[in-house]
Design a protein around this ligand. Sequence first.
Ligand code: SIN
Length: 289
Amino acid sequence: MSVSLAIEVIPTGTVGAEVKGVDIARASKSEVDAIKRAWYRHDVLVFRDQKLSDDDLLAFSRHFGALDSPPNQGAGRRSPPGYPDIYVISNVRDEAGEPIGALGDGEAAWHTDMSYLARPPDASMLYSLEIPAAGGDTYFCGMKAALAAMPRELVARIKDLDIKHDGTYDSGGNLRKGLTATRDPRTSTGTPHPIVIRHPESGERGLYLGRRLNAYVVGLAIEESERLLDRIWSFVETAVYRHRWALGDLVLWDNRTTMHRRDAFDPKARRVMHRTQIKGSGAPARAAV
Ligand code: SIN
């Protein structure tokens, strides 16, 4: 029996799409299947006007795989009481003056989540609970489009190379709790991954860069690595979707095909977001080019 779905997928540009006609707290198997198909195609999906408890967010996230633990940020690991798989991103402080979440009110640089691990998460989801009147927008860049925009000579140069992804600093540039500051990416904590990867589901190719700070092209002299990284990074904003948050927005992104960054916002305003991470189904795999 075929089921007709009310889901509508409206692209937001080269990267991203808004999905209408689904209540995430009650998504059926066929709706989740349709969402996955749209996700592999558009890489970032936006669901507006959702009303999700933490349990709803966890239940929807589990449709995409097992959950990964939150990252260790400058503020350590921050989760709501009783929900260790949810990661709080917030500038709000509790009565004791301790941050309830990570990343504060500052800008967060382009990054893909937790790429310093051997098996970075496949996906992340971010749900807005409190937002500032202005600022704090999140941007997503398409790494398939970035690769496609590169000249053949550059692709030929990088296709067999790896980048070491540094795990010392978070995307706000803060030293992760318990780690030692360093600016030498050759010896810092982190993991090398291929620069050009293949998406395991769609088979499409994209760049996999992680973050710029303390990145290192394995085997090159530092100066040469920096020059090559600057050239590669000049393509990352080829296709960008800017998300202006409203309350109740849920955004799902693919960490293998996108990076994201965030604008700063007024420190006196409150911003509270709950995020989940979907465990990596495998290490990023080199694409044949
Ligand atoms: C993140 O990097 O996951 C945070 C993005 C945001 O705060 O908008």
